[in-house]
Design a protein around this ligand. Structure first.
Ligand code: CP3
Length: 340
């Protein structure tokens, strides 16, 4: 490879225009070819743990749209699955797990993880072989707090009250849980990088529910530990941190955690986003609903991001994942608008 991949150049601090673009959840139900492969696989987890199927669905949005990056197809909940927490997906309801009690934290056993996650690592290696040379491969995992919210409640909740109450009532167990997840997740990302991922993203989708003290304890500390552990093994690793809803806490997120790039949700004011961009790359932040609406709402949203952030290190993305009702023509229009 003579020329560096575009997205990697941005992570190294370059300004690339038009910016590299990919979409969170770009492999998914809005694509008919995804629905077809998922039906063949029989279920979502079957898709995640089968390197043939997982490679296929990762490549689908690259073939169709030519995004600058592919994200490994998997889920953040494979880590609690490796801890044997009874993960299953109920159609129309999302993930279910066995709710974790405080007195169970000490006996969580990470020793199965290496074997359990081997098919995902095999998928990463396959992807690097099959992707076009110019396409960046992004590995990922959930941040410890976001993964813990699903483990504690046993399902998704709108405000993560069960996890927050768990933290207030059992601070030692919460700390133990978050740092166990940090160690496992760092090992998992190191394996992804070694297998061929160019960079990795840490999804903290629920960081926005935390008060200041809890943000420090749950969303900064464990992520910083992950970054330190990853860099000890892979000093050149490039890491994107996406702490959704974190608002003003993002002003120091990069320096406190050590991530290279900061993901921005759609509520971030542009002036604030630019101040974060003075410290390095940012990624985001189109409202996924603008993609559903299309037309003027989409064009104006894209233009505003390019105008305010396009003069610096930017990875164009949504402010959260693409939804199943996103029209394919609108994704095409988005790419056309960005790339001119
Ligand atoms: O971005 C990609 O294309 C890569 C794949 C990916 C998935 N999940 C596939 C998926 C990634 C990066 C994730 C991350 C993930 N998973 C997060 C963090 C990002 C975010 O969106 O906030 C979270 C919180 C999860 C947990 C999870 N997985 C939930 C809550 C659900 C159900 C919600 C839903 O949309 O149904 C999933 C299932 C899931 N993960 C699907 C996909 C494509 C849908 C499963 C299906 O095919 O039915």
């Amino acid at each position: 490879m003579t020329e560096r991949r575009k997205l990697m150049r941005v992570l190294e601090g370059e300004t690339v225009f038009p910016p590299p673009v990919w979409l969170m959840r770009q492999a998914g139900r809005y694509l008919p070819e995804y629905r077809e492969t998922r039906a063949k696989a029989g279920g979502f987890l079957e898709l995640c743990y089968d390197p043939d199927f997982a490679t296929e669905v990762t490549l689908q949005p690259i073939r169709r749209f030519g995004f600058d990056a592919a994200i490994l197809f998997s889920d953040i909940l494979v880590i609690p699955d490796a801890l044997d927490r009874g993960l299953h997906f109920v159609a129309g309801e999302g993930p279910k797990l066995t709710p974790l009690r405080e007195d169970e934290v000490a006996s969580l056993d990470p020793s199965r993880a290496e074997t359990h996650l081997a098919p995902v690592i095999a998928t990463v290696a396959r992807l690097r072989e099959e992707l076009p040379e110019e396409t960046t491969l992004i590995g990922f995992c959930g941040a410890p707090f976001t993964v813990a919210t699903y483990m504690i409640a046993g399902h998704g909740t709108p405000d993560q009250a069960p996890a927050r109450l768990f933290g207030y009532r059992h601070p030692e167990a919460m700390e133990k849980l978050l740092y166990l997840l940090a160690e496992m997740s760092a090992d998992y990302l190191i394996r992804q990088l070694t297998a061929g991922a160019d960079c990795v993203q840490i999804f903290d989708s629920w960081a926005g529910v935390l008060d200041e003290a809890c943000f420090e304890a749950y969303a900064i500390g464990p992520v910083r530990r992950m970054v330190e552990k990853i860099r000890a093994a892979r000093p050149d690793a490039k890491i994107i941190g996406f702490a959704k809803g974190a608002g003003a806490f993002l002003s120091t997120y990069r320096e406190k955690t050590g991530v290279d790039a900061v993901g921005l949700d759609w509520q971030m004011p542009m002036d604030f986003a630019r101040s974060i961009q003075t410290g390095g790359a940012v990624q985001g932040n189109l409202d996924p609903l603008r993609l559903i609406a299309g037309g003027r709402a989409l064009d104006e949203g894209v233009d505003r991001i390019l105008e305010h952030l396009g003069g610096g290190s930017l990875i164009f993305n949504l402010g959260h994942g693409i939804t199943p009702d996103a029209p394919i023509e609108h994704v095409e229009a988005l790419l056309k608008r960005i790339r001119g």
